[in-house]
Design a protein around this ligand. Structure first.
Ligand code: ZN
Length: 315
């Protein structure tokens, strides 16, 4: 059987083929989902390249607020970055895109109806054929009572397909988020959470069991336990992994020894994603190429992952 365009692209180190192959991005924070090149082009400002390593999530946030945000700040800056995230989806042939938005960002856009109209203009302009799955995200330090009281107005719209909690692990016990995840369940959302980025295999398993997660954002900590990996594999809990983010934040040593290899070898279903493209500065085709060039995964394994991201299946 002939190699797919994507496998050829990996083997031949041909970015045009990798760009042309349909891909997914299922872990993408919308306000940081555009490329640095997009902001450079639109603002005329040229940015320094990010360092090879950040000092954890805080270090990354500090870099963003010091070097990038001042040139694309306020609501106008958010809108510029939102449009850029869809432009990247168009440029990189991202055919399935799950992108997350915070409630306060939706309010900045004038509430759910105006927000939806604005986002749909960008989607139609840049990637009309992309399956777009908006995700509603809350930071882990949010006011959960307030959030679970006001979440209905967002979910009743039917626009959101998944829920997420991000912004640091082990801020409070997983049980504290139950009111939000119960609401998400009522609206038939895919339930995701950032866990196992800095946290352990045990954290991943407990979050999945307690909150009924369907998928995990990151989850690489699971590679530390055969039992947890078996649990995830048996229950088809997909991990939406972001290799460069993990390496730059110091949660993975390097690409070659990235935990994604152990996860794949143990039958855990994974996808490959960008996380914060504007900061990490590694677009989706580059994420696959990095893992291929480091010998972490074979072209065939990466092809399976690409197909799973598009279809939810690996074949
Ligand atoms: Zn993330």
């Amino acid at each position: 059987m002939a190699n797919s365009l994507f496998i050829e692209g990996l083997i031949e180190n041909d970015r045009y083929k990798l760009l042309a192959a349909p891909k997914s991005d299922l872990h993408n924070h919308s306000t940081k989902g555009c490329s640095l090149a997009w902001v450079e082009e639109r603002t005329g400002h040229s940015f320094p390249k990010p360092p090879l390593r950040f000092d954890g999530l805080e270090g990354m946030q500090k870099w963003f607020t010091s070097y990038i945000k001042p040139f694309c700040s306020g609501y106008e800056g958010i809108v510029l970055r939102w449009e850029g995230a869809f432009a990247e989806a168009g440029r990189n042939n991202i055919k399935r895109l799950a992108m997350n938005f915070g409630a306060e960002e939706i309010e900045l856009a004038g509430g759910i109806d105006d927000f939806r109209k604005l986002i749909e203009v960008f989607r139609m302009k840049h990637c009309p054929e992309t399956d777009f799955e908006p995700e509603l995200t809350y930071i882990s330090s949010c006011d959960i009572d307030e959030a679970s009281d006001s979440i209905d107005k967002y979910l009743q719209s039917g626009y959101f397909k998944s829920i997420d909690v991000c912004g640091g692990e082990n801020i409070r016990p997983f049980e504290a988020f139950l009111p939000l995840y119960r609401k998400a369940e009522r609206y038939h959302l895919i339930k995701r959470m950032h866990v196992g980025e800095s946290g352990t295999a045990d954290d991943v398993r407990r979050a999945v069991e307690l909150l009924g997660l369907d998928e995990v954002h990151h989850g690489i900590g699971a590679a530390g336990s055969k039992d947890t990996m078996r649990f995830l594999a048996d229950n088809h809990i997909q991990l939406n992994v972001c290799p460069s983010s993990n390496v730059m934040l110091g949660y993975a040593e390097d690409y070659k020894d990235h935990p994604i290899k152990t996860l794949v070898d143990n039958g855990v279903e994974v996808t490959i994603n960008t996380d914060d493209l504007l900061i990490i500065n590694s677009s989706i085709e580059n994420e696959y190429l990095k893992l291929y060039e480091a010998g972490t995964l074979t072209a065939e394994q990466l092809e399976e992952i690409r197909i799973r991201g598009l279809t939810g299946r690996s074949k």
